[in-house]
Design a protein around this ligand. Structure first.
Ligand code: KDG
Ligand code: MG
Length: 402
Protein backbone atom coordinates (compact mmCIF):
# COMPACT_ATOMS: atom_id res chain seq x y z
CA UNK A 1 0.00 0.00 0.00
CA UNK A 2 2.56 2.56 -1.16
CA UNK A 3 1.39 6.01 -2.25
CA UNK A 4 1.69 6.26 -6.02
CA UNK A 5 0.12 9.68 -6.59
CA UNK A 6 -1.36 12.66 -4.75
CA UNK A 7 -3.50 14.87 -7.01
CA UNK A 8 -5.67 17.91 -6.49
CA UNK A 9 -9.01 18.35 -8.27
CA UNK A 10 -10.54 21.82 -8.07
CA UNK A 11 -14.04 22.17 -9.51
CA UNK A 12 -17.13 24.39 -9.25
CA UNK A 13 -20.38 22.38 -9.40
CA UNK A 14 -22.55 25.24 -8.09
CA UNK A 15 -19.70 26.42 -5.84
CA UNK A 16 -15.95 25.79 -5.62
CA UNK A 17 -14.45 22.69 -3.98
CA UNK A 18 -10.85 21.52 -3.60
CA UNK A 19 -10.57 17.73 -3.43
CA UNK A 20 -7.40 15.68 -2.94
CA UNK A 21 -7.07 12.17 -4.38
CA UNK A 22 -4.46 9.72 -3.12
CA UNK A 23 -3.85 6.50 -5.07
CA UNK A 24 -1.72 3.52 -4.04
CA UNK A 25 0.29 1.00 -6.03
CA UNK A 26 -2.26 -1.72 -5.23
CA UNK A 27 -5.10 0.22 -6.86
CA UNK A 28 -6.76 1.87 -3.85
CA UNK A 29 -8.03 5.44 -4.06
CA UNK A 30 -9.03 7.81 -1.25
CA UNK A 31 -10.51 11.32 -1.41
CA UNK A 32 -10.26 14.22 1.05
CA UNK A 33 -11.72 17.74 1.20
CA UNK A 34 -9.38 20.75 1.40
CA UNK A 35 -11.85 23.48 0.40
CA UNK A 36 -10.98 26.88 1.88
CA UNK A 37 -13.63 29.29 0.68
CA UNK A 38 -12.17 31.90 -1.67
CA UNK A 39 -8.62 30.52 -1.17
CA UNK A 40 -9.02 27.14 -2.93
CA UNK A 41 -5.98 27.57 -5.15
CA UNK A 42 -3.70 28.34 -2.20
CA UNK A 43 -4.54 24.93 -0.69
CA UNK A 44 -4.28 23.27 -4.12
CA UNK A 45 -0.78 24.68 -4.61
CA UNK A 46 0.27 23.76 -1.06
CA UNK A 47 -0.69 20.14 -1.69
CA UNK A 48 0.38 19.80 -5.33
CA UNK A 49 3.61 21.83 -5.26
CA UNK A 50 4.90 21.26 -1.75
CA UNK A 51 3.49 18.05 -0.26
CA UNK A 52 2.55 15.62 -3.04
CA UNK A 53 6.13 15.00 -4.25
CA UNK A 54 7.28 14.19 -0.70
CA UNK A 55 4.59 11.54 -0.14
CA UNK A 56 5.12 9.38 -3.22
CA UNK A 57 6.39 5.99 -2.04
CA UNK A 58 5.19 6.44 1.57
CA UNK A 59 3.28 3.62 3.29
CA UNK A 60 -0.37 4.76 3.08
CA UNK A 61 -1.31 2.72 6.15
CA UNK A 62 0.83 4.97 8.40
CA UNK A 63 -1.69 7.81 8.75
CA UNK A 64 -0.25 9.01 12.06
CA UNK A 65 3.28 9.20 10.74
CA UNK A 66 2.21 10.96 7.54
CA UNK A 67 0.27 13.50 9.63
CA UNK A 68 3.34 14.21 11.78
CA UNK A 69 5.52 14.40 8.70
CA UNK A 70 3.21 17.01 7.11
CA UNK A 71 2.80 19.03 10.33
CA UNK A 72 6.18 18.88 12.08
CA UNK A 73 8.04 18.52 8.83
CA UNK A 74 6.71 21.81 7.46
CA UNK A 75 8.46 24.10 10.00
CA UNK A 76 5.79 26.73 9.10
CA UNK A 77 3.08 25.25 11.26
CA UNK A 78 -0.66 25.90 11.59
CA UNK A 79 -2.81 28.41 9.70
CA UNK A 80 -5.85 27.76 7.50
CA UNK A 81 -4.00 26.95 4.26
CA UNK A 82 -1.53 24.52 5.86
CA UNK A 83 -4.12 22.83 8.07
CA UNK A 84 -6.68 22.47 5.23
CA UNK A 85 -3.99 20.93 3.03
CA UNK A 86 -2.97 18.49 5.79
CA UNK A 87 -6.64 17.76 6.42
CA UNK A 88 -7.35 16.85 2.80
CA UNK A 89 -4.42 14.41 2.80
CA UNK A 90 -5.44 12.97 6.17
CA UNK A 91 -9.08 12.46 5.10
CA UNK A 92 -7.97 10.79 1.86
CA UNK A 93 -5.79 8.41 3.89
CA UNK A 94 -8.59 7.51 6.34
CA UNK A 95 -10.93 6.99 3.35
CA UNK A 96 -8.38 4.80 1.61
CA UNK A 97 -7.48 2.74 4.69
CA UNK A 98 -11.13 2.13 5.58
CA UNK A 99 -11.80 1.05 1.99
CA UNK A 100 -8.80 -1.31 2.19
CA UNK A 101 -10.36 -2.94 5.26
CA UNK A 102 -13.90 -2.83 3.81
CA UNK A 103 -15.37 -0.80 6.69
CA UNK A 104 -16.76 2.74 7.18
CA UNK A 105 -14.31 5.22 8.74
CA UNK A 106 -16.33 5.38 11.95
CA UNK A 107 -15.55 1.67 12.53
CA UNK A 108 -11.84 2.55 12.54
CA UNK A 109 -12.59 5.24 15.13
CA UNK A 110 -14.13 2.72 17.50
CA UNK A 111 -17.69 2.48 16.20
CA UNK A 112 -20.90 4.42 16.73
CA UNK A 113 -21.62 6.05 20.06
CA UNK A 114 -25.15 7.13 19.07
CA UNK A 115 -27.96 6.12 16.72
CA UNK A 116 -28.20 9.31 14.69
CA UNK A 117 -26.62 12.75 14.31
CA UNK A 118 -28.83 15.75 15.02
CA UNK A 119 -28.45 18.46 12.36
CA UNK A 120 -29.50 22.07 12.13
CA UNK A 121 -30.27 23.93 8.88
CA UNK A 122 -30.09 27.65 8.10
CA UNK A 123 -33.41 29.51 8.30
CA UNK A 124 -33.36 33.00 6.90
CA UNK A 125 -35.42 35.80 5.38
CA UNK A 126 -35.51 39.46 4.44
CA UNK A 127 -38.04 40.08 7.21
CA UNK A 128 -38.77 38.46 10.57
CA UNK A 129 -41.96 37.06 9.07
CA UNK A 130 -40.11 35.47 6.14
CA UNK A 131 -37.46 33.96 8.44
CA UNK A 132 -40.17 32.48 10.68
CA UNK A 133 -42.01 31.04 7.66
CA UNK A 134 -38.76 29.36 6.64
CA UNK A 135 -38.23 28.11 10.20
CA UNK A 136 -41.79 26.73 10.42
CA UNK A 137 -41.24 24.84 7.15
CA UNK A 138 -38.07 23.25 8.54
CA UNK A 139 -39.87 22.21 11.73
CA UNK A 140 -42.54 20.61 9.53
CA UNK A 141 -39.75 18.63 7.79
CA UNK A 142 -38.80 17.23 11.18
CA UNK A 143 -35.82 19.40 12.20
CA UNK A 144 -35.51 19.83 15.94
CA UNK A 145 -32.76 22.46 15.84
CA UNK A 146 -32.77 25.64 13.75
CA UNK A 147 -30.36 28.48 13.08
CA UNK A 148 -32.36 31.69 12.53
CA UNK A 149 -30.95 34.81 10.81
CA UNK A 150 -32.79 37.74 9.19
CA UNK A 151 -32.11 41.02 7.47
CA UNK A 152 -31.28 43.74 9.99
CA UNK A 153 -33.57 46.72 9.29
CA UNK A 154 -31.59 49.61 7.83
CA UNK A 155 -28.59 47.40 6.90
CA UNK A 156 -28.71 46.69 3.14
CA UNK A 157 -27.09 43.22 3.24
CA UNK A 158 -26.73 40.85 6.16
CA UNK A 159 -24.63 37.78 6.92
CA UNK A 160 -26.74 34.66 6.38
CA UNK A 161 -29.40 36.37 4.25
CA UNK A 162 -29.61 35.94 0.47
CA UNK A 163 -29.62 38.79 -1.99
CA UNK A 164 -33.00 38.88 -3.70
CA UNK A 165 -34.60 35.48 -4.20
CA UNK A 166 -31.38 33.48 -4.69
CA UNK A 167 -30.29 30.72 -2.33
CA UNK A 168 -27.87 32.12 0.25
CA UNK A 169 -24.22 31.54 -0.65
CA UNK A 170 -21.71 33.84 1.03
CA UNK A 171 -19.00 33.64 -1.66
CA UNK A 172 -20.99 34.81 -4.67
CA UNK A 173 -18.92 37.42 -6.53
CA UNK A 174 -15.55 37.19 -8.32
CA UNK A 175 -14.07 40.12 -6.39
CA UNK A 176 -15.24 40.74 -2.80
CA UNK A 177 -18.57 42.57 -2.51
CA UNK A 178 -18.46 45.44 -0.05
CA UNK A 179 -21.19 45.11 2.58
CA UNK A 180 -22.24 47.74 5.10
CA UNK A 181 -22.52 47.05 8.83
CA UNK A 182 -24.26 48.79 11.73
CA UNK A 183 -23.70 47.18 15.15
CA UNK A 184 -26.32 49.35 16.87
CA UNK A 185 -29.03 48.27 14.43
CA UNK A 186 -28.07 44.62 15.04
CA UNK A 187 -28.12 45.03 18.84
CA UNK A 188 -31.60 46.53 18.59
CA UNK A 189 -32.87 43.87 16.19
CA UNK A 190 -31.58 40.46 17.29
CA UNK A 191 -33.44 40.20 20.64
CA UNK A 192 -36.63 41.03 18.71
CA UNK A 193 -35.98 38.29 16.13
CA UNK A 194 -35.30 35.70 18.83
CA UNK A 195 -38.31 36.75 20.92
CA UNK A 196 -40.57 36.56 17.84
CA UNK A 197 -39.18 33.10 17.00
CA UNK A 198 -40.05 31.70 20.44
CA UNK A 199 -43.41 33.54 20.58
CA UNK A 200 -44.40 32.20 17.17
CA UNK A 201 -42.85 28.71 17.16
CA UNK A 202 -42.53 27.84 20.84
CA UNK A 203 -39.78 26.09 22.77
CA UNK A 204 -40.00 22.57 21.34
CA UNK A 205 -36.76 22.88 19.36
CA UNK A 206 -33.19 24.05 19.81
CA UNK A 207 -32.55 27.63 18.67
CA UNK A 208 -29.20 28.87 17.34
CA UNK A 209 -27.91 32.14 15.93
CA UNK A 210 -24.60 33.15 14.31
CA UNK A 211 -23.23 36.58 15.28
CA UNK A 212 -20.39 36.10 12.76
CA UNK A 213 -17.62 37.80 14.77
CA UNK A 214 -19.20 41.27 14.92
CA UNK A 215 -19.55 42.33 18.55
CA UNK A 216 -17.15 43.53 21.20
CA UNK A 217 -17.00 41.38 24.39
CA UNK A 218 -19.20 43.80 26.34
CA UNK A 219 -21.72 44.07 23.50
CA UNK A 220 -21.75 40.26 23.29
CA UNK A 221 -22.42 40.05 27.03
CA UNK A 222 -25.24 42.58 26.72
CA UNK A 223 -26.71 40.60 23.84
CA UNK A 224 -26.32 37.24 25.59
CA UNK A 225 -28.24 38.56 28.64
CA UNK A 226 -31.11 39.67 26.43
CA UNK A 227 -31.25 36.25 24.75
CA UNK A 228 -31.20 34.29 28.04
CA UNK A 229 -35.02 34.17 28.49
CA UNK A 230 -35.37 32.44 25.11
CA UNK A 231 -33.19 29.42 26.00
CA UNK A 232 -30.73 29.58 23.13
CA UNK A 233 -28.87 26.39 22.25
CA UNK A 234 -26.00 28.66 21.29
CA UNK A 235 -24.95 32.12 20.20
CA UNK A 236 -22.16 31.53 17.68
CA UNK A 237 -19.09 33.70 17.19
CA UNK A 238 -20.29 36.68 19.23
CA UNK A 239 -16.77 38.21 18.99
CA UNK A 240 -13.79 37.72 16.61
CA UNK A 241 -12.26 34.29 17.26
CA UNK A 242 -8.56 35.13 17.36
CA UNK A 243 -8.89 36.77 20.79
CA UNK A 244 -9.49 33.69 22.96
CA UNK A 245 -9.31 35.72 26.19
CA UNK A 246 -12.23 37.91 25.07
CA UNK A 247 -14.56 34.98 25.74
CA UNK A 248 -13.80 35.33 29.46
CA UNK A 249 -15.51 38.74 29.40
CA UNK A 250 -18.48 37.34 27.47
CA UNK A 251 -18.70 34.44 29.96
CA UNK A 252 -18.63 36.76 32.96
CA UNK A 253 -21.59 38.75 31.58
CA UNK A 254 -24.00 36.05 30.35
CA UNK A 255 -25.02 32.41 30.75
CA UNK A 256 -26.01 32.20 27.06
CA UNK A 257 -24.07 29.19 25.60
CA UNK A 258 -21.29 30.20 23.21
CA UNK A 259 -20.11 28.29 20.09
CA UNK A 260 -16.76 29.20 18.53
CA UNK A 261 -14.12 27.76 16.24
CA UNK A 262 -14.95 27.77 12.54
CA UNK A 263 -11.85 29.87 11.77
CA UNK A 264 -9.60 28.05 14.24
CA UNK A 265 -7.36 25.39 12.73
CA UNK A 266 -5.29 23.75 15.45
CA UNK A 267 -5.44 22.83 19.13
CA UNK A 268 -3.16 25.78 19.84
CA UNK A 269 -5.84 28.18 18.53
CA UNK A 270 -8.30 27.00 21.18
CA UNK A 271 -6.21 25.56 24.02
CA UNK A 272 -6.87 28.54 26.31
CA UNK A 273 -10.59 28.76 25.50
CA UNK A 274 -10.99 25.03 26.19
CA UNK A 275 -8.91 24.67 29.32
CA UNK A 276 -10.39 27.84 30.87
CA UNK A 277 -13.91 26.63 29.93
CA UNK A 278 -14.63 29.88 28.07
CA UNK A 279 -16.87 28.30 25.41
CA UNK A 280 -19.57 25.62 25.29
CA UNK A 281 -19.29 24.25 21.74
CA UNK A 282 -16.29 23.89 19.46
CA UNK A 283 -16.89 24.40 15.73
CA UNK A 284 -13.64 23.52 13.95
CA UNK A 285 -14.62 21.36 10.94
CA UNK A 286 -12.45 18.39 9.93
CA UNK A 287 -11.66 20.15 6.63
CA UNK A 288 -9.92 23.11 8.28
CA UNK A 289 -8.68 21.46 11.46
CA UNK A 290 -5.91 19.20 10.23
CA UNK A 291 -8.18 16.27 9.44
CA UNK A 292 -9.65 13.49 11.54
CA UNK A 293 -6.27 12.79 13.13
CA UNK A 294 -5.95 16.26 14.67
CA UNK A 295 -9.59 17.13 15.28
CA UNK A 296 -10.23 14.02 17.34
CA UNK A 297 -7.44 15.15 19.66
CA UNK A 298 -9.04 18.59 19.96
CA UNK A 299 -12.43 17.03 20.67
CA UNK A 300 -10.92 14.70 23.27
CA UNK A 301 -9.37 17.70 25.04
CA UNK A 302 -12.70 19.55 24.82
CA UNK A 303 -14.47 16.57 26.39
CA UNK A 304 -12.25 16.75 29.47
CA UNK A 305 -13.53 20.31 30.01
CA UNK A 306 -17.21 19.56 29.33
CA UNK A 307 -17.21 21.23 25.91
CA UNK A 308 -19.26 19.62 23.14
CA UNK A 309 -18.90 19.53 19.37
CA UNK A 310 -20.74 21.76 16.91
CA UNK A 311 -18.72 21.11 13.77
CA UNK A 312 -19.12 23.61 10.98
CA UNK A 313 -21.07 22.28 8.01
CA UNK A 314 -21.51 25.29 5.72
CA UNK A 315 -21.72 24.64 1.96
CA UNK A 316 -17.99 25.38 1.64
CA UNK A 317 -17.26 22.12 3.47
CA UNK A 318 -17.66 19.60 0.61
CA UNK A 319 -19.85 16.50 1.06
CA UNK A 320 -16.60 14.56 1.63
CA UNK A 321 -15.58 16.97 4.42
CA UNK A 322 -19.08 16.67 5.87
CA UNK A 323 -18.81 12.88 5.88
CA UNK A 324 -15.52 13.28 7.77
CA UNK A 325 -17.36 15.50 10.29
CA UNK A 326 -20.02 12.79 10.64
CA UNK A 327 -17.39 10.10 11.29
CA UNK A 328 -16.41 12.07 14.41
CA UNK A 329 -20.01 13.00 15.32
CA UNK A 330 -20.83 9.28 15.37
CA UNK A 331 -17.98 8.24 17.56
CA UNK A 332 -17.12 10.93 20.12
CA UNK A 333 -18.69 11.01 23.60
CA UNK A 334 -19.18 14.80 23.52
CA UNK A 335 -21.29 15.30 20.40
CA UNK A 336 -23.38 18.47 20.59
CA UNK A 337 -24.86 19.44 17.23
CA UNK A 338 -23.98 19.26 13.52
CA UNK A 339 -24.52 22.11 11.05
CA UNK A 340 -25.94 21.09 7.66
CA UNK A 341 -26.39 24.11 5.39
CA UNK A 342 -27.00 22.13 2.15
CA UNK A 343 -25.57 22.49 -1.37
CA UNK A 344 -26.49 23.84 -4.79
CA UNK A 345 -28.15 21.18 -7.02
CA UNK A 346 -25.10 20.78 -9.30
CA UNK A 347 -22.93 19.68 -6.36
CA UNK A 348 -24.81 16.34 -6.40
CA UNK A 349 -23.74 15.72 -10.02
CA UNK A 350 -20.15 15.36 -8.76
CA UNK A 351 -20.52 14.02 -5.20
CA UNK A 352 -22.72 11.02 -4.38
CA UNK A 353 -23.12 10.61 -0.64
CA UNK A 354 -24.19 7.45 1.14
CA UNK A 355 -25.29 9.41 4.18
CA UNK A 356 -28.97 10.29 4.54
CA UNK A 357 -30.46 13.46 5.98
CA UNK A 358 -34.11 12.94 6.81
CA UNK A 359 -36.35 14.37 9.49
CA UNK A 360 -33.52 16.56 10.76
CA UNK A 361 -31.18 13.67 11.51
CA UNK A 362 -28.24 12.16 9.64
CA UNK A 363 -27.68 8.43 9.33
CA UNK A 364 -25.01 6.49 7.41
CA UNK A 365 -25.03 3.11 5.73
CA UNK A 366 -22.11 0.68 5.91
CA UNK A 367 -20.31 1.93 2.77
CA UNK A 368 -16.54 1.49 3.23
CA UNK A 369 -14.45 4.64 3.63
CA UNK A 370 -15.96 8.06 4.20
CA UNK A 371 -18.93 6.98 2.07
CA UNK A 372 -18.97 9.74 -0.56
CA UNK A 373 -18.25 8.98 -4.22
CA UNK A 374 -16.44 11.62 -6.26
CA UNK A 375 -17.11 11.49 -10.03
CA UNK A 376 -13.95 12.88 -11.64
CA UNK A 377 -15.45 13.01 -15.15
CA UNK A 378 -18.40 15.02 -13.88
CA UNK A 379 -16.04 17.30 -11.93
CA UNK A 380 -14.15 18.04 -15.16
CA UNK A 381 -17.39 19.42 -16.61
CA UNK A 382 -17.43 22.07 -13.87
CA UNK A 383 -14.14 23.99 -14.20
CA UNK A 384 -13.05 26.19 -11.31
CA UNK A 385 -14.82 29.54 -11.05
CA UNK A 386 -13.22 31.82 -8.44
CA UNK A 387 -15.59 33.37 -5.91
CA UNK A 388 -14.78 35.66 -2.98
CA UNK A 389 -16.35 36.18 0.41
CA UNK A 390 -17.60 39.76 1.00
CA UNK A 391 -15.84 42.39 3.08
CA UNK A 392 -17.56 44.63 5.62
CA UNK A 393 -17.32 48.39 6.11
CA UNK A 394 -18.98 50.63 8.66
CA UNK A 395 -21.11 53.60 7.53
CA UNK A 396 -18.03 55.85 7.81
CA UNK A 397 -16.10 53.61 5.43
CA UNK A 398 -13.86 51.98 8.04
CA UNK A 399 -13.15 48.28 7.58
CA UNK A 400 -14.98 45.90 9.93
CA UNK A 401 -15.09 42.16 10.60
CA UNK A 402 -17.24 40.20 8.15
O1 KDG B 1 -16.82 30.62 4.12
C1 KDG B 1 -17.44 31.28 5.17
C2 KDG B 1 -18.55 30.42 5.71
O2 KDG B 1 -18.08 29.14 6.00
C3 KDG B 1 -19.16 30.99 6.96
O3 KDG B 1 -19.61 32.28 6.72
C4 KDG B 1 -20.32 30.11 7.39
O4 KDG B 1 -20.40 31.17 9.51
C5 KDG B 1 -20.69 30.24 8.80
C6 KDG B 1 -21.46 29.14 9.39
O5 KDG B 1 -21.68 29.21 10.60
O6 KDG B 1 -21.81 28.22 8.68
MG1 MG C 1 -20.55 30.68 11.57
Amino acid sequence: MRIESVDVLVCSPGRAFCTVRIATDDGLVGYGDGTLNGRELAVASYVADHVAPTLVGADASRINDIWQYCYRGAYWRRGPVTMSAISAIDQALWDLNAKALGVPVHRLLGGRARDFITAYPHCTGHTVEAALTDAAARLAEGYRALRVQAQVPGVPTAYGVARGDEEYEPASSVLPDVEEWDTGAYLDFLPELIRATRDELGYGFELLHDGHHRLSPSQAGWMGRRLEPYRMFWLEDPTPEEDQRAFATVRSLTSCPIAVGEVWNSVHDCQHAITERLIDYIRIPVTHGGGLTHLRQILALADVYGIRSGLQGASDISPIGQAANFALDWTIPNFGMQEYMGYPEDTWRVFTPHYRLEGGVITLDGTPGLGVEFDEEAAARYPYEPRSLPVNRLRDGGMYDW
